[in-house]
Design a protein. Structure first.
Ligand SMILES: NC(=O)c1ccc[n+]([C@@H]2O[C@H](COP(=O)([O-])OP(=O)(O)OC[C@H]3O[C@@H](n4cnc5c(N)ncnc54)[C@H](OP(=O)(O)O)[C@@H]3O)[C@@H](O)[C@H]2O)c1
Length: 251
């Protein structure tokens, strides 16, 4: 266990060895929150945590594959035993497996079911199962926060509007998985509405990461801001929302 009392909060970020997960961990860590970096390759997770520690952040890596239920149990035991609570869960790990991502033609009618299933496994079933497993320790925190890292590409309203900026970006498996994740946000937030826990969906922006690609307009250093904001949202802040940098997005 590492010192969990710096500002009294501990956060778990999945897929935090690189990309937006690492940036979110950095943002939260700089606020004095202890950050635990989930990474399916433990060495990469530990290397990322070491980088943050060099920057003054209290960070630790945890070998964690979001699609493995035994890893969900491992995470539950880690937080129950070491902290007896979990203040912040950021369901960040995600995949985009469709090759036409970004600019290619719409291939919805030909998407292999395997791609659809694999995408849903990581982007939808895994965060649902992990959240269910960790909820008992999140309930023990004074004001738990759950952030589901979604995407503007999960917006059915924008996808169906020919004038929207994402109208041409039809990556069916990815988009549908994020729409399903948004449904989870709404439903869980409703169930927990009388508790101190808040559940929100984040759209980080289109960011230069391995997933976002080199043409994305936002720098990685900006990419963790929305998730970090929702992870630390005030008690009178949104619950069951879908936001980008404080602005609500249409579902
Ligand atoms: N970049 C964007 O423009 C953008 C826009 C909207 C939403 N998002 C969302 O933001 C989140 C992070 O995206 P990113 O841009 O940072 O992508 P990225 O650079 O491709 O990083 C993805 C992260 O997820 C991890 N991951 C994937 N499958 C995993 C698994 N089964 N178990 C554990 N970790 C797993 C990867 O680990 P490995 O290193 O082991 O592969 C990596 O750490 C995703 O949910 C994505 O959908 C991104």
């Amino acid at each position: 266990m590492i010192d969990g009392k710096r500002n009294g909060k501990v956060a778990f970020i999945t897929g935090a060895n690189r990309g937006l997960g690492l940036e979110t961990a950095r943002e939260l860590g700089k606020q004095g929150i202890v950050v635990i970096l989930g990474a399916r390759d433990p060495e990469k997770g530990e290397a990322a945590a070491a980088k943050l520690r060099d920057e003054g952040v209290t960070a630790e890596g945890l070998g964690f594959d979001v699609t493995k239920s035994q890893d969900h149990q491992k995470a539950y035991e880690y937080f129950a035993k070491n902290y007896d609570r979990l203040d912040i869960l950021v369901n960040n790990a995600g995949v985009l497996k469709e090759s036409q991502a970004g600019s290619g033609p719409n291939q919805t009618s030909a998407v292999p079911l395997e791609i659809l299933r694999e995408t849903f496994e990581t982007n939808f079933f895994a965060p649902v199962a992990l959240t269910q497993k960790l909820l008992p320790v999140i309930r023990k925190a004074p004001a738990g926060r759950i952030v589901n890292v979604s995407s503007i590409l999960g917006s059915l309203t924008l996808h169906s509007n020919p004038n929207s900026p994402i109208y041409a970006f039809k990556t069916f498996a990815y988009d549908a998985s994020k729409a399903a994740l948004n449904a989870f946000t709404i439903h869980l937030a409703h169930e927990l509405r009388d508790s101190k826990i808040k559940v929100n969906s984040a759209h980080p922006g289109w960011v230069k990461t391995e997933m976002g690609g080199p043409n994305a307009p936002m720098e990685p250093s900006e990419g963790g801001k929305t998730s970090a904001q929702l992870a630390t949202v005030a008690d009178d802040g949104p619950n069951g929302g879908f936001l980008h940098l404080g602005q609500p997005l249409p579902w």
